[in-house]
Design a binder for this molecule. Structure first.
Ligand SMILES: [Zn+2]
Length: 320
């Protein structure tokens, strides 16, 4: 299966046993919402059950010599600066809505005033710091959007382009406190954590509190191996909802030759952004996955990633 990380539950007893095996050094173990590497584990309770993740990006010297250029925090700052005036011309606000744990900017782009006549598109990027390709796709999406009067006539956008800037800078999945930010969305935002608490509170205040619903929500991620979309299983909601999700997957698949209609069914973790939106608001929320580390010696480049963002954009315009 194609996934964004390997994850399973192990008992404390199994984990203590695993400590004697070599492979255990790759494990991160969740204790009170934080993931710890095996050599920095607090005391385990043999009778408790723990979530374990593995398969993270390896530390690589000279990443950009081997892979498509890594998308750093400094690049999102540049990108925001480059496009801010264009968004403001279109009646948008481009704001720093708060700071990461280590003091980096959390950006949001959203309309100065929402119109109930327009359909809303919600997009997040980079819950996971080491999934840089997602941000190149967002750049392609935004580049196309800013040149489209049709979009601004019919749609409005809410964007949180980099949820985890500290993880992005460290090229680590987790935030600087070891949290998996796509496992800390809570139905009550006062109980969600760190960067997500700031973003979720902002989203609720500007939009979700008004009982409005985006036509689609896309959470942009990077996988191990292939391009695909995560959607919920048929039984999570009803058949209409299932079809709604499938329609977008099919439309995107007809444009994006890498994505090519691939999807994985997953009812996920209850504290994922996608699951929060589907469960609590019946929003058509999908996770978009593209390989996070793509060799720079093949067919794919920053430009082909951006063109995948254009494909996302055109799928939305054509479907809704
Ligand atoms: Zn991810």
């Amino acid at each position: 299966m194609a996934i964004c990380v390997h994850e399973k539950k192990l008992s404390g007893f199994e984990l203590l046993d695993a400590l004697t095996h070599e492979k255990a050094s790759e494990f991160h173990v969740e204790i009170n919402d934080r993931f710890y590497p095996m050599d920095k584990l607090p005391k385990l309770n043999p009778a408790s059950s723990y979530t374990v993740q593995w398969g993270h990006s390896k530390e690589t010297q000279g990443y950009d010599d081997k892979y498509i250029k890594y998308y750093r925090y400094s690049r999102i700052q540049e990108f925001i600066a480059e496009n801010k005036s264009e968004f403001i011309k279109r009646g948008y606000r481009v704001e720093i809505i708060g700071k990461s744990v280590k003091g980096r900017n959390l950006y949001s782009v959203f309309p100065s005033s929402f119109s109930s006549e327009k359909k809303t598109v919600l997009m997040y990027g980079r819950h996971h710091g080491d999934e840089g390709t997602a941000n190149w796709i967002i750049e392609g999406f935004i580049g196309k959007l800013l040149s489209s009067n049709d979009f601004f006539n019919r749609f409005q956008l809410i964007l949180y382009p980099m949820v985890n800037p500290d993880g992005a800078e460290a090229r680590k999945r987790y935030n600087s406190r070891g949290r998996d930010l796509n496992r800390v969305w809570n139905s009550s935002p006062s109980r969600s954590k760190d960067e997500v608490a700031i973003i979720q509170t902002h989203l609720k205040k500007i939009y979700l509190d008004n009982n409005e619903k985006p036509i689609i929500a896309l959470d942009m991620h990077g996988s191990f191996t292939r391009d695909f979309i995560y959607r919920v299983e048929r039984n999570f909601r009803d058949q209409n909802f299932y079809n709604l999700q499938q329609n977008f997957i099919d439309e995107l698949g007809s444009r994006d030759k890498w994505q090519a209609g691939a999807y994985d069914l997953s009812n996920g973790d209850p504290q994922m952004a996608r699951i929060y939106l589907v469960r609590d608001f019946a929003i058509n929320a999908l996770t978009h996955e593209t390989p996070r580390d793509i060799s720079n010696r093949g067919e794919r480049t920053i430009d082909t990633l951006k063109s995948q963002g254009v494909d996302v954009f055109e799928s939305i315009l054509s479907l809704y």
